[in-house]
Design a protein around this ligand. Structure first.
Ligand SMILES: [Zn+2]
Length: 209
């Protein structure tokens, strides 16, 4: 569905976001190893994977990275992630947190990102703790934050369940960090997106942590 103009939220097991304007950007790639649901959605709105400029991966969990190799196949799109997460996405390093060792085909990261850096119109906010190198992305032109699993909205806005977090304390510090930014809209990996007043809601949550 189109959440805001040019912001498509694709319902897979973990949400995938597609930004469409003078560029095409995909954030996360679902758990489907063949990228099926995402490729179907792209076809439906007449977007070709080879026209994507960047595929951002918020973190290396299977429900965000499994479709990467299939979607990247035959596409000149650059793959971008945080510098820490890049080695897990390429599988140069074995991931040591939940949910255990990884099985996706390792895909090289072309653009390793640091905190505060802007790439292809999105600003990086590192939000580690869920995984070692989790990141959120800020689209300032749309007042939109794409937070991956920095928090979730499945039963109200909350941290991710700690069984999925590599460092629960750092995960909460990252939520407090997100609360210092201002944005109206929020897409998360799990749970309904928020339209309007999003960062104020995160600030309320951060006070209780
Ligand atoms: Zn995750």
């Amino acid at each position: 569905m189109e959440l805001l103009k040019g912001v498509h939220v694709i319902e897979t097991y973990a949400t995938t976001t597609l930004l469409v304007d003078d560029r095409l950007v995909l954030i996360d790639t679902s758990s489907d190893a063949d990228g099926g649901k995402i490729l179907d959605y792209l076809a439906k709105i007449k977007v070709k994977p080879r026209d994507l400029s960047t595929i951002f991966i918020t973190h290396t969990h299977p429900d965000h990275v499994n479709g990467l190799a299939a979607i990247k196949h035959g596409s000149p799109a650059k793959v971008a992630s945080s510098r820490v997460e890049a080695d897990f996405i390429s599988r140069k390093r074995v991931y040591d947190g939940p949910s255990g060792p990884q099985s996706h085909p390792g895909t090289p990261v072309d653009v390793p990102l640091d905190d505060g850096q802007t790439h292809d119109g999105l600003r990086v906010i590192l939000t580690p703790g869920h995984t070692r190198g989790s990141m959120s992305l800020l689209d300032e032109t749309r007042s939109l934050c794409i937070a991956g699993d920095a928090l979730n909205n499945e039963g109200g806005l909350a941290p991710m369940p700690d069984k999925y977090n590599v460092d629960p304390k750092q995960h909460r510090q990252s939520i407090k960090k997100l609360a210092t930014f201002h944005f109206e809209n929020l897409v998360m990996g799990h749970g309904a997106p928020i339209k309007g007043g999003a960062s104020a809601k995160i600030a309320e949550l951060a006070k209780r942590l």
